[in-house]
Design a protein around this ligand. Structure first.
Ligand code: SAM
Length: 311
């Protein structure tokens, strides 16, 4: 069936995020520029997305506070993620921001950016030209590039076109992406990063603890939609998620399941969002959280102390 079902997971994630934003779970002024369609999701799905977005955000903040204005971000399988525009809105300066996805996805994203004055103005607030091709966009410090991440040689060329600086402290993000990629390819990618970058933090949001009935149902749904879960064996548990970094030349790694992440978010924020929708089955939400995790890996001592709990 090819990669189309995997690309379609971006529509699903973006629609879920748009729906949760609309209900007030968190703020994102830009998601509606990429997603028009809103479908009502179950409250546990909205809470799950809230934990995912807030969990990722926490690590992004930690990275930025250590890396300062030299910070560079590479967002793998970015889909219609709006982080670049949200950081700009907050007045956070970074040196370079690169989004990567399949060319079909980036061409849609580039097209939507081109047609949207507000998005365009934000990426083009410095002098210099905007370079477009059908799948790529380069403007100032924003780059959206279309490439299959499994093709490491082409990825490297495209990252050079995106002016990636191997000596800048770099944050790599992957939110529900690596599960669709063969382990060999992920291993090669992680090894390549470890050989090129001195200082980096990789933040990976992914499934875990999949070997139970709940896991079977989750995976069954994705497989029924035609998704090839090529990297699923790394999602066995948080230990197998960490092994990826341990075995591929990273200095260190840590992981938390989403139960830990959710209950470490500020209590006032949790109380606020728990009032948005009534949740009948608390148990279902906990099960969902038990099946996702955030795993980080780092290169360079600077990020050794990055922790979730100490916020
Ligand atoms: N990270 C975004 C988010 O959380 O909203 C999108 C997540 S979506 C579940 C997975 C994304 O990974 C899709 O946009 C898909 O096209 C992308 N992806 C999966 N495998 C890829 C590959 N080999 N190369 C490039 N992108 C890939």
């Amino acid at each position: 069936m090819g990669d189309e079902p995997v690309m379609a997971t971006n529509d699903d994630a973006s629609e879920c995020k748009r729906g949760a934003v609309q209900l007030g779970y968190w703020q994102d002024s830009y998601i509606s520029s990429f997603v028009r369609h809103i479908e009502k999701r179950a409250p546990e799905i909205n809470r799950g997305y809230f934990a995912r977005v807030k969990g990722m955000e926490r690590f992004i903040q930690k990275f930025l506070s250590k890396a300062g204005s030299l910070a560079q971000i590479v967002n793998f399988g970015a889909g219609y993620d709006t982080l670049y525009w949200r950081l700009k809105e907050e007045g956070i300066h970074i040196s370079n921001y690169v989004e990567i996805d399949f060319p079909n996805v980036t061409s849609n994203k580039c097209y939507m950016i081109k047609r949207n004055k507000e998005l365009l103005q934000i990426i083009h607030d410095q002098d210099g030209e905007i370079k477009f091709s059908s799948t790529d966009l380069h403007a100032g410090n924003y780059h959206c590039i279309g490439v299959d991440m499994r093709n490491l040689a082409l990825l490297e060329t495209k990252l050079q076109q995106a002016e990636v600086n191997y000596s800048s402290p770099t944050l790599f993000l992957a939110e529900c992406v690596l599960v669709y990629i063969e382990n060999d390819c992920v291993n090669r990618l992680l090894q390549w990063i470890a050989s090129k970058f001195k200082t980096a933090l990789f933040v990976n949001y992914e499934m875990c603890n999949i070997n139970d009935t709940f896991g079977d149902v989750m995976l069954g749904n994705l497989r029924a939609r035609g998704c090839n879960l090529a990297g699923i064996s790394s999602c066995k548990n948080v230990e197998t998620q960490k092994e990826r970094f341990q075995l591929n030349g990273w200095l260190g790694t840590k992981a938390w399941d989403m139960v830990q992440i959710y209950y470490n978010l500020p209590a006032c924020e949790r109380q606020r969002i728990e009032k948005i929708e009534f949740l009948d089955e608390q148990e279902l939400l906990i099960q969902l959280f038990q099946h996702y995790c955030i795993c980080i890996g780092w290169l360079g001592e600077e990020f050794q102390e990055v922790n979730f709990e100490e916020c």
